[in-house]
Design a protein around this ligand. Structure first.
Ligand code: GUN
Ligand code: FE
Length: 417
């Protein structure tokens, strides 16, 4: 079926600039953009017409790193750094997801919020619990979202109440993959928490499993100085943090996402680039846990594939318009007060938040012909309206919207959800 959408379209086919098309018509067929017209297209047959008048239409957001179970703990333990925050705040709370009734209640709220915020595609960590993580996938599927959802693996350096044996971890992951077979837009993803949480043996087995089933992989990498030193202690023979993942077969050609990537050695950079791994920038989390500030512009200029993530609950904001601003602000701090790198432009940050690192979904996040039509319709009307350009209206929305309050329609693959 053909649909035609009228409105003001703004997107970033490339990170250099916004493409702004005023009061135009986008033709969608079979969920994909078929073309753009300045005037109403004739003869769309049985098609549907959506007239969004003067509203803004932008690609929907891709939140490429966040933790479903941490949604309820946003804002807690923000006076800690990573390891203390994990041990004292996060692990005890994640343990509660062993109870399916608790998981259902919590994940209903989480999935509603993700839908509301317009993050129609995401890569989400669950917990070690298989059943709870399937519930997370169910709640996201019910709301029509597209996502990769992972059961977390942890057989090391975690309290008893949340640690698995290596055998159990692998067995439950295989079962999880079976449980996920009937889903339409939610895919499983292999999810070792981070190197310190997994034995070398478990990492290797997860790498084999990812290869065997051709699955994407997500984890954390080089987030804090203390963590990098810990990995060196745990795996002294490794040439770098990334080498430990690489050796296990977990840096899969264009299919792996690694959150953070702040403290990267030459060897790390080389491996990440060579394997087409996407690094997911999580600016709020990096500041909240005092982890550091990622060299986003340097990495982008160096040809590394970047994406953006809220990293809820290390990050406190789920809406990606807030995360875009945080990414720009972080880069300004790094540039102007630390004298390092260059500012990340708003266009670049918007590109990162909509294109999703181009690894998992490579044909979404802009309105080029052939792209899946994933979009948000924004009603940014204000009383006593000042005449603003469309770009200024986009800036105002990105900076001031507290989330989904101005989103009046959501499209995923050409269907309103
Ligand atoms: N490293 C290992 N686990 C986590 C987590 O839950 N959040 C963040 N930010 N970093 C991690
Ligand atoms: Fe994280």
């Amino acid at each position: 079926m053909t649909i035609v959408i009228k409105g003001n379209f703004i997107d970033t086919p490339s990170p250099e600039k916004f493409r702004v098309r005023e009061e135009g018509y986008l033709v969608i067929e079979k969920g994909k953009v078929r073309g753009y017209r300045d005037t109403p297209p004739r003869d769309t047959g049985e098609g549907q017409f959506f007239d969004y008048g003067d509203k803004l239409i932008i690609p929907s957001f891709c939140d490429m790193h966040l933790h479903g179970p941490q949604f309820l703990q946003r804002g807690l333990g923000m006076d800690r750094e990573l390891i203390g925050w994990l041990n004292d705040y996060t692990f005890p709370r994640e343990a509660r997801y062993g109870d399916p009734a608790y998981a259902r209640d919590a994940y209903e709220v989480f999935a509603d919020s993700l839908y509301q915020a317009g993050s129609l595609r995401s890569c989400v960590f669950g917990t070690v619990h298989r059943k709870g993580t399937v519930i997370l996938a169910e709640e996201m599927e019910k709301r029509g979202l597209a996502a990769c959802v992972g059961k977390v693996n942890m057989d090391s350096n975690a309290p008893d109440y949340i640690r698995e044996t290596g055998e159990e971890s692998l067995r439950e992951t295989v079962k999880f993959l079976d449980d996920m077979a009937g889903f339409s837009r939610i895919m499983p993803i292999i999810t070792p928490r981070f190197v310190p949480s997994c034995s070398g043996e478990l990492l290797g087995k997860l790498g084999d499993l990812a290869k065997e089933r051709d699955l994407p992989v997500q984890s954390h990498l080089c987030e804090t100085v203390q963590e990098v030193a810990w990995v060196k202690e745990l795996f002294p023979e490794g040439e770098s943090y990334s080498h430990v993942y690489d050796k296990a077969g977990l840096l899969r050609e264009g299919k792996t996402l690694m959150a953070h990537g702040i403290y990267m050695s030459e060897d790390d950079l080389d491996r990440i680039k060579r394997t087409g791994t996407a690094l997911v920038h999580c600016p709020d989390s990096n500041l909240n846990l005092a982890s550091g500030i990622m060299d986003t512009s340097g990495l982008m200029d160096g040809g590394i594939n970047l994406a953006l993530g809220s990293d809820v609950g290390g990050g406190h904001e789920l809406p990606m318009n807030r995360v875009i601003i945080s990414a720009v602000q972080s880069s300004k701090t790094r540039r102007h007060f630390l004298g390092r790198g260059r500012e990340l432009s708003h266009e670049e940050a918007f590109y990162l938040a909509t294109r999703g690192g181009l690894s998992i979904w490579d044909n979404t996040g802009c309105f080029d012909e052939g792209c899946l039509f994933d979009a948000l319709v924004i009603d940014d009307r204000m009383p006593h309206r000042e005449e603003l350009t469309l770009t200024d209206r986009l800036y105002r929305y990105l900076y001031t919207s507290s989330g989904g309050d101005q989103i009046t329609a959501r499209f995923l693959e050409g269907r309103r959800i």
